[in-house]
Write a protein of this length. Structure first.
Length: 232
């Protein structure tokens, strides 16, 4: 996808019709094409029918909640997802990040903030696609293919969430070179999360659980205490 020649399509899934109408107008002013759906089932159908670049997804909806929609979407693709939540509960954010959600906006919010966050997510996604052209990184039976956005072990696909893959890619781009926590936060989550050190620790743990033979004794993703991490 080339964001300079193609108008990004944003799928908005929310049961609040007034909010849908308002966001559709604001996205149009920002040169995005908004596709609307008032529940999770219709949202999934719209996603299958359109070439969606990003999903704005409400958590609390009838028929199918946002968590279920998120799980269904990430079973078939790694489309970026921004979730709308009425809660500031950290548990919701942790659950969302585990499911591969890219960002959260808490209701009530300003349209300007939402559009700015959407733009930041799309820019990160585009930069990642443009940079993923190198040869696969091979460590024993583990193959990290940045160009294809795929990780395999002994030929079997290792399923990673979008955030997990972006974190692994940030390390795999410079094997053997230490990457600071601050750099990882900005590259993977964005500058607004530059102080959220726990995010990196949490997702390094998730990656080790999926990629290391003995997660408690990592041999692939190494820690440089007090500084950051590197791919051995």
């Amino acid at each position: 996808m080339n964001l300079q020649t193609k108008t990004p399509k944003i799928l908005i899934i929310d049961d609040d019709q007034t909010l849908l109408s308002l966001l559709e107008k604001h996205f149009a002013k920002a040169d995005y094409q908004a596709i609307r759906a008032s529940n999770g089932i219709d949202g999934l159908q719209a996603f299958y029918e359109e070439q969606i670049d990003l999903v704005v997804l409400d958590v609390m909806m009838p028929r199918m909640d946002g968590w279920t929609v998120c799980e269904r979407l990430h079973e078939i693709c790694d489309v970026p997802i921004l979730m709308l939540t009425a809660k500031g509960d950290e548990r919701d954010r942790l659950r969302g990040f585990r499911l591969g959600v890219d960002d959260f906006v808490t209701k009530p919010f300003s349209a300007a903030e939402l559009i700015a966050r959407v733009g930041a997510i799309l820019n990160r996604s585009q930069r990642g696609k443009q940079g993923e052209r190198s040869a696969p990184v091979v460590r024993g039976d583990l193959v990290i293919d940045l160009a294809e956005r795929r990780v395999t072990r002994s030929g079997e696909v290792v399923h990673l969430t979008p955030i997990e893959f972006r974190l692994l890619a940030a390390l795999a781009e410079q094997p053997g070179h230490m990457v600071t926590v601050e750099t990882l936060l900005v590259k993977v989550w964005g500058s607004e999360y530059a102080d959220d050190v726990e995010n990196v620790k949490r997702y390094i743990h998730y990656l080790r659980q999926k990629l290391e033979t003995e997660p408690a004794k990592p041999q692939l993703i190494m820690t440089e205490r007090g500084f950051g991490y590197y791919l051995s």
